[in-house]
Design a binder for this molecule. Structure first.
Ligand code: ADP
Ligand code: MG
Length: 352
């Protein structure tokens, strides 16, 4: 049985209005780190707040550690759900030292146990030397770790984090993705993290849950999601891609498209007239005698690769623009003719 279970959980803030969260089903195993990923307003925070107990679902059931916390006749208050929460702005108490901030949730603990636990979690987050300082005397990343230590101190079943990395600049953000996951892993804590950033989500999670308009679009590991996105929205949200319409050929292993025949890495299970393909730009390999060819319309240099917009076909009605990545050492310029092949592993059949 899964550790956290959401069953058809919905939320309407206004009874006559749309569902901010629409029939969400989600299972999380013990010790897993999952992220809710999606654009602003898609219902991530609301989902998190319902799990925490700050918001009441309009319908559905919620189980944490095999105990029903919300259901038809059940609504356990937040403080009894055994959850640690890390807020976007960390919400540390400015007038309390770090150790007092961390001890905050332990007021019912015996003094000696409390001291021991505070010492333990400060060690876990690598801030033992800072215990007597105040939050304003710490960097953003350190404050983040204090907030995490405070959430972990009472040994919660589950830690919830809402946009934990959004206040940090790029370099620190990468570091904190690593630090936060390694702290969570070390303590074996199950965690649900909300983010609108695909890189955050991929870097920290076992499973990613993509949401749109309150509805879950796909639940998968980062690799699976990138390689086999369920639909066009997911394909575009988790990376750049080329979306093409096509028709599955009789051999089920190829798709006929406007740019020609495209090979699939595994056969389609159905003979569909109208399919969509997602082709990742890094799967288009530039070479001398590639199967597909066109003219470069735009070159964008990123440092790691060159992003090319290539026009295939002759006239407006048949031409198609493809995004293709070329190695930086490749000599390409606007107007040049290039040819490329497509790696079948970078091709996925997706729903519209
Ligand atoms: N307290 C509230 N009252 C009314 N509408 C709300 C409230 N909180 C969130 N919403 C609406 O619910 C939808 C989902 O919001 P939210 O869960 O905050 O999205 P996200 O965290 O993905 O950006 C949005 O349309 C938002 O405007
Ligand atoms: Mg939010």
């Amino acid at each position: 049985m899964s550790f956290i279970h959401l069953e058809n959980v919905s939320k309407k803030f206004n009874p006559s209005n749309y569902s901010a969260v629409n029939s969400v089903n989600l299972e999380v195993n013990q010790g897993e780190i999952i992220t809710l990923l999606g654009p602003s307003g898609c219902g991530k925070t609301t989902t998190l707040r319902m799990i925490a107990g700050f918001e009441q679902p309009t319908s559905g059931r919620l189980r944490i550690d095999s105990k029903e916390v919300f259901g038809e006749h059940v609504n356990i208050p937040p403080e009894k759900r055994g959850i640690g929460m890390v807020f976007q702005d960390y919400a540390l108490f400015p007038h309390l030292t770090i150790e007092k901030n961390v001890a905050f949730g332990l007021n019912r603990w015996k003094l000696l146990d409390k001291r021991k636990r505070v010492k333990e979690v400060l060690e876990l987050v690598g801030l033992s030397e800072f215990s007597k300082r105040y939050p304003s005397e710490l960097s953003g990343g350190q404050q983040q770790r204090v907030a995490l230590a405070r959430a972990l101190a009472p040994k919660p079943h589950l830690v919830l984090m809402d946009e934990p990395f959004s206040n940090l600049d790029a370099g620190l953000r990468e570091r904190m993705r690593h630090d936060v996951t390694s702290i969570l892993r070390k303590s074996g804590t199950t965690a649900i993290i909300v983010t609108h950033d695909q890189k955050d989500a991929f870097a920290v999670s076992d499973q990613v849950v993509v949401m749109k308009d309150g509805i879950i679009q796909q639940i998968a590991s980062p690799k699976e999601m990138y390689r086999c996105p369920a639909n066009c929205f997911v394909a575009q949200f988790v990376g750049k891609t080329n979306l093409l319409e096509g028709k599955v050929c009789a051999d089920m292993a190829h798709v006929q498209t406007r740019i020609g025949m495209v090979s699939l890495s595994s056969k389609s299970s159905e003979l569909i007239e109208n399919v969509r393909l997602s082709i990742r730009p890094e799967g288009c390999l530039i070479g001398d005698n590639g199967h597909y060819s066109g003219h470069v319309q735009k070159v964008t240099y990123s440092g790691e690769y060159q992003e090319l917009e290539v026009i295939l076909g002759h006239d407006h009605s048949t031409s198609e623009t493809m995004l293709v990545y070329a190695p930086v050492e490749q000599d390409v310029h606007v107007g040049a003719k290039v040819s490329f092949d497509i790696k079948p592993e970078s091709v996925a059949l997706v729903e519209a």
